[in-house]
Ligand binder design. Structure first.
Ligand code: HEM
Length: 367
């Protein structure tokens, strides 16, 4: 596809698929021609209104600015000791058991615990987040693939989540604490305070984007090293390669495979003409293996110079949580390297791949 059909229409997605690195990057870059407002026209029950990933400039810029301070590399680095403790205790608990499932015992609870603590939600509610986050991923997938009928249990779960955050926000407005929910509750965009709904939507976005994606990255990381034991040995000998190893896994097994955009004016990508109202699906995994950009793209090589992969997007919507995801993954690697000499997956069939049209990851990873 990269070579012969760099832009191709896909009936199922109702969108033009875009594969080449330079094309994908240009779509992200040109946010005026390629809008993120994909969810317009949803029922009030399911509205993603005011979630920044689905907003265009200037509202996007105003709202995003409210949370950026919490996710700068410096702010995130301050969380390092706590993140290390969480990772250490989960991995120790995992290693004391008989049947290890890395996804269930580490890749799922680790990012949920970190983001829930950052937001400031009570620990007793962490379990419910995984459920809510799965439901939201399912809702977005259904909507993006044109399955518009709304399922009552989705609506009910989404309503519960919104109510949950709205009541926490309400409470933090009167009794602020040192957490992200309190800061969002007090934040102002364009001189006005966020409504409870806007602040709650922001929290649920952070919850979902922060979980599912990082879980898949962690599972992909272990799977990839299990398949490349020589690279694991190399990392054991030289831990300075950890940052590069994280970047290489992000490139090699891209957790979010595609993103959509809505065309707002006549344009063209690699010779294919597009009109207002057309949808495009940019394929991040394909772009990350474009031989025009990466040498030997199908080889997993942690000594590869950290290249500009597109795993976190690019431009104004560049992933807000990228510094956090990178830190969590580096810490997970350090903790694993401290404790594990070698590991293997019992059999390739033991892996349960996700059945998702845009997420690449595993449901189960026995070690
Ligand atoms: C946006 C991927 C982790 C929060 C994005 C985008 C991608 C992405 C591709 C761009 C969306 C677009 O252009 O439409 C990932 C991957 C992650 C990860 C692969 C982990 C490996 C996180 C974490 C958080 C987070 C840990 C927060 C806790 C966000 C937010 C946006 C975003 C809020 C929307 C930014 C905006 O629209 O301005 N992410 N993400 N992500 N991500 Fe992440």
């Amino acid at each position: 596809m990269l070579k012969h059909s760099p832009v191709a229409y896909n009936e199922q997605y109702g969108a033009y698929m875009v594969f080449r690195y330079d094309d994908v990057r240009s779509v992200f870059q040109d946010y005026k021609t390629f809008s993120s407002a994909l969810y317009d026209g949803l029922s009030e029950e399911l509205t993603f209104d005011s979630q920044i990933q689905a907003l265009d400039h200037p509202r996007h810029t105003q709202l995003r600015a409210l949370a950026t301070h919490a996710f700068t590399p410096k702010a995130v680095a301050d969380l390092e000791p706590r993140i290390r403790t969480i990772a250490g205790s989960l991995i120790d608990a995992m290693l004391t058991g008989q049947d290890i499932d890395f996804v269930k015992q580490f890749a799922v609870p680790f990012p949920v615990t970190v983001i829930a603590e950052m937001l400031g939600v009570p620990e007793k509610d962490f379990e419910r987040f995984k459920h809510w986050s799965d439901i939201i991923v399912e809702i977005s997938e259904r909507l993006l693939t044109g399955q518009t009928e709304e399922l009552p249990e989705h609506i009910a779960a989404y309503r519960d989540l919104k109510q949950y955050f709205q009541s926490l926000i309400h409470q933090r407005r009167t009794e602020p604490q040192n957490d992200l929910i309190s800061r969002l509750a007090a934040a102002e965009a364009d001189g006005e305070k966020l409504t409870d709904l806007e602040a709650s939507n922001f929290c649920s976005l952070l919850l979902v984007t922060g979980n599912e994606t990082t879980t898949n990255l962690l599972a992909n990381l272990i799977r990839t090293f299990a398949e490349h034991p020589e690279q694991w040995k190399l990392l054991q000998r030289n831990r300075d390669l950890i940052p590069q190893a994280v970047e290489e896994v992000l490139r090699f097994r891209t957790p979010v495979q595609l993103m959509f955009r809505l065309v707002t004016k006549e344009t063209e990508i690699s010779g294919t003409k597009l009109s207002p109202g057309d949808r495009v699906a940019v394929f991040l995994g394909a772009a990350n293996r474009d031989p025009a950009k990466f040498e030997r793209p199908d080889v997993f090589d942690i000594t590869r110079p950290s290249g500009p992969h597109l795993t976190f997007g690019h431009g104004i919507h560049f992933c807000l949580g990228a510094p956090l995801a990178r830190l969590e993954t580096s810490i997970a690697l350090q903790v694993l390297l401290d404790r594990i000499e070698a590991f293997e997956i019992p059999a390739a069939e033991a892996l349960e791949p996700l059945t998702s049209f845009n997420l690449l990851g595993l449901r189960k990873l026995p070690l």
